[in-house]
Write a protein that binds this ligand. Structure first.
Ligand code: MTE
Ligand code: CO
Length: 428
């Protein structure tokens, strides 16, 4: 991803808003839906027989591979044209505002490629393990499918997610500000089994996975992580990996930055020190105010975002019972608590965390409240099981400056106006 322009395009710049107003009212614990439905007023959609109720629909032969309803055309990946010069080394974003629960459907997982999508026949794919091993090995896909398999649900977040927001509120929609994350159930083999087959030498300390795509993606990974929870996967959400996600073989590095999850995995070299390649020196490092850089910052820090309401998902139903929802995650483990504020961080209430939660996976939170029609400044703040607390934007800037485009896990603010329209803003 390119570095952002020094000055943000004025048409994109969102106001910096001081929340001098008191928005303390507006929340009630009531869960009763104030329905407008009135059965005494006949609604033709219920009293008249509709076409879909009268005529036969398509048969089972119409869709050998199912697709979403034609009314769901808005639930698509989107890119930002000015972010990258060429779609072959680019990114598109998960439509987080169109999703519920914690699973990202395969067709909506954001894509990040440095050299386009490699199309590889499984019969032509090989994985080599070489370097500091007793027996250098080359596996076919069939060989790999004979190792014991496991299933795990993990989020993948690109280190550049929310990167355009370091210097000010810029992109109007959680799809664009936070959509470089997806959460998938992977099926595959623990990397440690494959490494054991090759036999690690005593001085084996680092791993260098390499992609079979034109970018030859490589990253140095400490051996402890490789022997802990890393997986070599063939399936996502039950079906074979999509080409965009590295078909037929991908490395999964739970909780760590997305760049390390090498797609189209073709080789793992074992070494005794890191390689200091491009993606861990000039990229994916954070230039601090004093001119030094943070390097090897692998875990994705605790983070959350409200997905509804949000700029692409305004409040259309007017005042009254309103469902606020969002996602939270931590590269260290589970999210323990998510707090929500409707007044720009002055007052906080604990949100309801959906009980289906897994370590290093997205968590879903809800906050049901009565909207009285006043403008709101919505924020969410996640806390993980180790006590890490998601920082405000200003706290993050105080610690890291504003030179980075990576590792921005700060609190996001959405401004809900009286008419329900929502905008990306900052509060001070
Ligand atoms: N692996 C290869 N071989 N080539 C790539 O371009 N991009 C990396 C990583 N693995 C990449 C790769 C980056 S920067 C990220 S964020 C993730 O893959 C994106 O994974 P996704 O496309 O499944 O969302
Ligand atoms: Co990335």
């Amino acid at each position: 991803m390119k570095k952002p322009k020094d000055t943000i395009d004025s048409s994109r710049r969102r106001q910096l808003i001081k929340t001098g107003m008191a928005v303390t009212g507006g929340i009630s614990a009531s869960l009763v839906v104030a329905s407008k439905a009135n059965a005494a007023t006949p609604d033709p959609l219920i009293t008249e027989i509709q076409d879909w109720n009268r005529y036969l629909g398509d048969g089972v032969d119409a869709r050998p591979y199912g697709l979403p309803s034609k009314f769901e055309t808005d639930a698509v990946r989107r890119d930002v044209a000015w972010l990258t010069a060429d779609p072959k080394a680019s990114v598109n974003f998960t439509p987080l505002h169109k999703l519920d629960g914690i699973i990202t459907p395969n067709g909506l997982c954001f894509e990040r490629h440095h050299g386009g999508v490699a199309e590889i026949a499984p019969s032509s794919h090989r994985l080599m393990i070489n370097g500091l091993v007793n027996n250098p090995l080359v596996f076919t896909m069939e060989d790999l499918m004979r190792f014991p398999r496991e299933n795990h649900l993990y989020f993948l977040e690109c280190a550049a997610n929310t990167g355009m927001e370091w210097r000010g509120a810029q992109l109007n929609g959680c799809q664009f500000t936070h959509g470089m994350v997806h959460n998938v159930m992977y099926s595959g083999v623990k990397l440690k089994h494959v490494l054991a087959e090759a036999g690690l030498k005593g001085n084996a300390k680092w791993l260098l996975p390499e992609g079979a795509d034109a970018s030859h993606m490589t990253r140095s990974i400490p051996i402890e992580k490789g022997l802990d929870d890393c997986l070599i996967v063939t399936h996502m959400n039950g079906e074979a990996l999509r080409p965009e996600q590295g078909y037929p073989l991908r490395l999964v590095v739970p909780g760590w930055e997305g760049n390390m999850w090498v797609k189209w995995l073709r080789r793992i070299e074992v070494g005794d020190k890191p390689w200091h390649h491009r993606e861990e020196t000039s990229k994916y490092t954070d230039l601090l105010e004093d001119g030094t850089a943070r390097r090897f910052t692998w875990e994705m820090e605790v983070k959350s975002v409200i997905t509804n309401p949000s700029p692409q998902a305004p409040i259309n139903h007017g005042r009254g019972q309103t469902v606020l929802t969002g996602i939270a995650w931590s590269g260290y483990g589970r999210v323990k608590r998510v707090d929500v504020s409707i007044d720009g961080g002055r007052n906080w209430t604990t949100a309801r965390l959906d009980p289906h939660s897994f370590s290093k996976s997205l968590h879903r939170f809800y906050f049901d409240f009565d909207w009285d029609g006043r403008e709101l400044f919505l924020q969410s703040r996640a806390i993980d099981e180790f006590g890490h607390v998601q920082p405000t934007k200003n706290q993050l800037r105080a610690a890291r400056g504003v030179n980075s485009i990576y590792h921005n896990n700060s609190i996001q603010t959405w401004h809900v106006k009286n008419d329900g329209v929502v905008e990306n803003v900052e509060v001070s």
